[in-house]
Design a protein around this ligand. Structure first.
Ligand SMILES: [Fe+2]
Length: 286
């Protein structure tokens, strides 16, 4: 793993800064991906409703919110020393791991229209399945993280989770999309402000390891982690994971069991979470 991230260089850094997105096809070895899948797949089997300490379902997505509870291989990847060094160069300061989760698409989808995630951080996607249009690939408008967003082309959305725009009215109209190519192990890094979308896809099954990094003293989720995993981390890795964040946390675990507040901006009632799990158990093809 150290080998892999040591390949990151100044050109990668410049591309990420200027274009807002960096796609690294087949970057992580198949062996590491298999290891992560072996660790995480039993957790995907144990789905409960509104259960953030195993896996949970929100709409078409199944999440493992705290990958630090199930996969040391994934944790070591998210906190790789060379990756941390690269991120420190990007942010020009120390970094904090804001969230560390796994998302599996359990149904085909109409897609997610063009939007910009909020915040100044950096998101990293690691494809654990082969990126394909059949199972959905996120695409990006290069350099759009620097585009000024005017009120006139912002769309109103019921859930305040991201900013959405009417592309026809915006300066992003007719700009080409940066596609993700490669196989499982492909890594995508992007500025959270970049405009991106997920076009409609026909088949469920896409699995992505998702990391969010922020500069030191930014809010992060309250990570749950196996104590035994912490012993194999260096001081710097532990700091990035557990102590570089600010004292206020991102929406995260509030209490065990059903708590609508625990769903952050979504405020999904317990009955709906129950319906999501039921729907998954009865009709999902994954
Ligand atoms: Fe997004």
């Amino acid at each position: 793993m150290q080998e892999t991230f040591s390949k990151l260089n100044q050109t990668h850094l410049d591309t990420l800064r200027e274009q807002g997105v960096l796609v690294l096809p087949d970057f992580i070895s198949e062996q590491t991906i298999s290891l992560i899948k072996k660790d995480t797949s039993p957790w995907l089997e144990k789905v409960g409703f509104n259960n953030r300490i195993s896996s949970l379902i929100i709409g078409n997505n199944q999440w493992i919110e705290h990958v630090g509870m199930c996969s040391l291989a994934a944790l070591k990847l998210a906190l790789d020393e060379n990756l941390i060094r690269f991120l420190e160069d990007y942010f020009e300061t120390s970094v904090a791991l804001g969230s560390f989760s796994l998302q599996r698409k359990i149904f085909p989808e109409k897609g997610i229209r063009l939007h910009s995630d909020r915040g100044e951080g950096l998101s990293v996607f690691l494809y654990l399945t082969n990126p394909s249009e059949k199972t959905g690939v996120t695409e990006f408008i290069k350099t759009s993280h620097t585009t000024e967003i005017k009120e006139s082309y912002l769309l109103k959305n019921a859930i305040d989770d991201a900013a959405y725009i009417d592309i026809e009215k915006s300066p992003l109209k007719s700009k080409p999309f940066k596609k993700t190519i490669g196989n499982k192990g492909t890594l995508v890094m992007f500025h959270r402000g970049i405009w991106h979308q997920l076009p409609k896809f026909q088949a469920p099954g896409r699995e992505i390891l998702m990391m969010q990094y922020f500069q030191k003293d930014s809010p992060a989720k309250d990570h749950l982690v196996k104590n035994s995993f912490l012993q194999s981390l260096s001081k710097r890795q532990s700091e990035v994971y557990l102590s570089n964040c600010s004292s206020s946390s991102l929406p995260s675990l509030v209490e065990f069991g059903s708590d609508p507040e625990a769903m952050g901006v979504y405020k999904i009632p317990a009955w709906k979470m129950f319906v999501y799990v039921l729907r998954y158990k009865l009709i999902s093809k994954v």
